[in-house]
Design a protein around this ligand. Structure first.
Ligand code: HPA
Length: 275
């Protein structure tokens, strides 16, 4: 995706939005889509009309960008919701979401909230647990910045996940009586799940959760100057940690089971990010 495609995508969204200006963008992963039900005054633009955005693989589930207002705000608090992501495992391309992330920044948003489904590496963080990413392991060793020139691509990753946003999110979750863990997310390429030996390796490396997304988006966002908050919903115990067989169906079922709680916490967190 080129700079011109990002500019055209931003222009198309501005045209749809008029004077509305969100500060926060949120990318919804598996299990998180329920939060859109609570939003008001929605304006949708399909990814297909945004040249910097990826086509989405699953037939009948074209992605779209929804601008909408968070409920319960006295003043209008608009959020930009990215409904759907392309994963690196679909094409082998870690740059899949770079154009979308750059468009978020081009539109003047300053915060990107990333959500995902993940496998838990902790015996005491069962399915349904929530974890803020405090850091990540890019074990895939691929970058969404490949192909870029200039010095901006040598981006500092010392505090990829914004400390102030994390503090706000923990407080917001507590106010919802939800426990928000914090930990390290390991990115594995997939689409196959891990072996039990791989999970033991990840535990030794200091990972708390494992998943197949988010890390390339975080890197692209940091390069674009966005502050990042990322939240995992544990949809299973990682391979070898429970008797259950892992499957996409099981991930989606667990995500559906915890959808309401995830949506309530996410709405509260979004509220808390903007003063
Ligand atoms: N491994 C990788 N990705 C995942 C998992 C997992 O166990 N669960 C949900 N996404």
């Amino acid at each position: 995706m080129s700079t011109a495609e990002v500019a055209r995508s931003a222009a198309r969204l501005r045209q749809a939005w008029g004077a509305r200006q969100p500060q926060v963008a949120v990318l919804l992963g598996s299990g998180w889509a329920g939060m859109v039900d609570g939003l008001l005054d929605a304006v949708d633009v399909p990814y297909a009309e945004l040249p910097a955005f990826p086509p989405l693989g699953i037939a009948g589930h074209a992605g779209c960008v929804r601008l909408a207002r968070l409920p319960g705000t006295t003043r209008s608090l608009d959020v930009m919701v990215l409904m759907g992501r392309q994963h690196a495992y679909e094409t082998g391309d870690a740059t899949a979401m770079r154009g979308a992330v750059q468009t978020v920044a081009a539109l003047g948003c300053t915060i990107l909230v990333l959500t995902n489904a993940a496998g838990s590496l902790h015996g005491d963080w069962p399915t349904g647990s929530l974890m803020l990413l405090s850091d990540h392991l890019n074990l895939v060793q691929r970058s969404p910045l490949q192909g870029l020139g200039g010095s901006d691509r040598f981006v500092d990753m010392g505090q990829a996940y914004d400390l102030d946003l994390r503090r706000r999110a923990v407080q917001a979750a507590a106010a919802e009586s939800a426990v928000m863990h914090e930990g390290v997310y390991a990115w594995m390429m997939g689409p196959q799940f891990e072996t039990p030996a791989e999970i033991r390796m990840l535990q030794r490396l200091g990972a708390d959760a494992v998943g197949m997304s988010t890390v390339p988006e975080t890197i692209a966002a940091r390069c674009a100057g966005l502050r990042v908050l990322a939240i995992s919903l544990m949809t299973n115990m990682a391979a070898g940690l429970a008797a259950q067989r892992l499957s996409h169906k099981q991930t989606l079922r667990a995500a559906a089971d915890h959808k309401q709680q995830a949506a309530a916490v996410l709405l509260a967190v979004l509220h808390s990010l903007v003063d």
